[in-house]
Design a protein around this ligand. Structure first.
Ligand code: ADP
Length: 629
């Protein structure tokens, strides 16, 4: 018989399993039982619509058979089974879910504990078994197959005999060593306690023959043993238990196992609801984003159960996009078992549940923000971007839900994140806008010429460092009736009445010069004008109209806008207090050609300060050189 080789990635994992010095090898049992339970779920679900299955709910069972003579432990289920192809693809290649955790070797070394927290499925059996045999017959097939492997030399698949549909996983345990007693996994008490610990909530009975020894009162009589086939698990799913029966560890264990994450979640929400909709929900807020979270491959959704039976792996309708990071499940008696996806979308109950879930996620996040700021910020660093997209993409209709969850770095405490409520609460007397500044980083923003002046006025500035920030602010328009205002906006209105008078006079006097300068830029700016918001810098750009300079940058960097560049309406602003201003005035009277060159230079400088590129770098450099010689 031909021996087939494992795929390279599987091989690496197998090596790790076989040579594992991991101390919690016992989790292999949880993994095998969880696979058996999934297989039962699939066939049970099928039986609801397909009478040829011919089984009732009570018929589905997992049997554990320890055999001390043969040194084997068998886990047997009468679930859906595997076809020959499935055997090949499921057990010959590591399940993709497992592979996610093994991106590179470094990660592997550092995270040996992921075996325990995360589980690595079927292959974990090789931590305790020197040989694994899987005998299986798929529902609807008349042939059975046997898969066999020592984990090292590859595996074999051959046809075999099996009467009923389902799967037997037979583990031939490794030999005991001084350090490790593998034979303990054949001990009935050991097995009973492992099942209580890891698999208690499995919905199907996990049965085993238990030996009961009865010691008669007559000391001379032989003790009697009899065997009873017992169910080892309580079969109550964790979400149906009472909160006070459960510890954080119970919740976290369930999460890491069920949702394929090796990090415990930041927080969980466990709710039981009666009323317009009757359901239990167990929701988790993860502490890290799945690697594909910000890609189009990521599928949001909650598991959906109807009275304990899973009817959908990922029900997307239960979560708005901006809460797509939430993991968890909903179990409702109100939903029919064989409701179709299409029907589900229109289901009134489901809509009510979805609304409740949205509310409870929001409230939990607000609670976290209030009581555990550090963890909220950690969460926000990972998922906060989603809220801003949410506001933008909903055209503002998600504003009410999300605005209090937003945070931005601010000038208040050297770039520490603040909420909008905090900003508004400490706004200065007479301040009527929420000021923000756009830029790649805090440092860049703080170097913006206008930043200085706004700071000097004592106004706090929010740092918009993510592309979506300003778009979200534009859609929100205001928070608690305070309008968002970019410090790069033309009409910033920061001066006192006297300053205004003064500036008006200077502007009047320089009117002709400004017109000349504007013309010499050949339409690149709408206007050259006096700036009222520069302190020590000579120039800056401001924008007018709906497209800001920052939006121009973002929109033009998107590939789909390659041939359709947008442009903000720019104004070049000059600082009348800067010595260069006097120089310009002098040139206006004496040397207009030079003034035109200086204007180009100043404009290029302003572009650079804004983080835009100079339109004609060669001309720019030539002009500087001619000044230098
Ligand atoms: P995972 O359970 O995370 O998908 P595993 O490595 O544990 O990964 O299992 C791989 C696959 O093998 C399962 O997804 C399932 O398709 C199949 N499988 C494992 N055990 C059984 C079983 N008892 N009955 C049917 N299919 C099984």
């Amino acid at each position: 018989m031909e021996t087939k080789q494992f795929k390279a990635e599987s091989k690496r994992l197998l090596d790790m399993m076989i040579n594992s010095i991991y101390t919690h090898k016992e989790i292999f049992l949880r993994e095998v039982i969880s696979n058996a339970s999934d297989a039962l779920d699939k066939l049970y679900f099928r039986s609801l619509t397909d009478s040829t299955v011919g089984m009732k709910k009570e018929d589905f069972v997992i049997n554990i058979i320890p055999d001390k003579q043969a040194n084997t432990l068998t886990v047997s289920d009468n679930g859906i089974g595997m076809t020959e192809d499935e055997l090949e693809s499921c057990l010959g290649t590591i399940a993709s879910s497992g592979s996610l955790a093994f991106k590179n070797d470094n990660e592997l070394d550092e995270n040996v504990d992921i075996i325990g927290q995360f589980g690595v499925g079927f292959y974990s059996t090789f931590m305790v078994a020197k040989e694994v045999t899987v005998i299986t017959k798929a529902f609807g097939s008349d042939k059975a197959y046997k898969w066999s492997s020592d984990g090292v030399e590859g595996y074999t698949i051959e046809e075999c005999q099996k009467d009923n549909v389902g799967t037997d996983v037979i583990l031939t345990l490794k030999d005991d060593t001084d350090d490790e007693k593998y034979s303990r996994f054949l001990d009935q008490y050991q097995i009973q306690s492992l099942i209580k610990k890891y698999s208690d909530y499995i919905r199907f009975p996990i049965k085993m023959d238990i030996e009961h020894t009865h010691y008669p009162e007559d000391e001379n009589a032989e003790p009697e043993t009899h065997i009873v086939n017992e169910t080892l698990n309580s079969m109550t799913p964790i979400w149906k238990k009472n909160k006070n029966e459960l510890t954080d560890e119970d919740y976290n264990n369930f999460y890491t196992e069920k949702f394929m994450d090796y990090m415990p979640p930041i927080t969980h929400i466990h709710s039981k609801n009666e009323g317009t909709a009757t359901y239990n929900a167990l929701l988790y807020i993860p502490s890290r984003a799945p690697f594909d979270y910000y890609s189009k491959d990521y599928e949001k959704g909650l598991q959906l159960y109807s009275s304990g039976v899973m009817i959908m792996e990922k029900c997307a309708d239960l979560l708005p996009d901006y809460f797509s990071f939430v993991k968890g499940l909903v179990d409702s008696e109100d939903l029919s078992l064989n409701i179709s996806r299409e029907m589900l979308q229109h289901d009134r109950q489901l809509k009510i549940i979805a609304r409740n879930i949205e509310r409870s996620v929001k409230n939990e996040l607000l609670r976290l923000l209030k009581n555990d700021r550090e963890n909220y910020e950690k969460f926000y660093d990972v998922f906060g971007l989603q809220f801003k997209f949410g506001i933008y993409q909903s055209y503002g209709s998600a504003k009410d839900t999300l605005e209090d969850l937003l945070m931005f770095p601010s000038s208040f405490d050297d770039g520490k994140k603040v909420t909008l409520a905090e900003y508004v609460d400490r706004m200065k007397e007479g301040q009527d806008c929420i000021y923000y500044a756009c830029g790649e980083t805090k440092d860049r923003i703080e170097l913006l010429p206008v930043f200085e002046k706004v700071r000097e006025k004592g106004y706090e500035v929010l740092y918009f460092t993510q592309d979506v920030d300003e778009f979200a602010a534009k859609v929100m328009i205001q928070y608690k009736e305070k309008k968002f205002k970019s410090i790069s906006d033309g009409d910033l209105d920061l001066e006192t009445e006297e300053e205004k008078e003064e500036n008006k006079k200077t502007a009047e006097e320089s009117k002709e010069m400004f017109t000349f300068m504007c013309d010499s830029l050949g339409g690149k700016v709408k206007e050259v004008r006096l700036s009222t918001r520069l302190k020590s810098h000579p120039v800056c750009l401001s924008s007018e109209g709906s497209v800001t300079i920052e939006m121009e940058k973002v929109l033009n960097s998107m590939p789909q806008n390659e041939n359709n560049k947008v442009s903000a309406q720019k104004c070049l602003e000059l600082n009348p207090a800067h010595p260069i201003f006097a120089k310009l005035k002098e040139l206006f009277d004496s040397d207009k050609d030079k003034l035109a060159d200086y204007t180009k230079l100043l404009y290029s400088q302003a572009l650079l300060i804004e983080g835009l590129s100079v339109e004609n770098p060669v001309e720019f450099s030539d002009l500087i050189c001619s000044l230098m010689v």
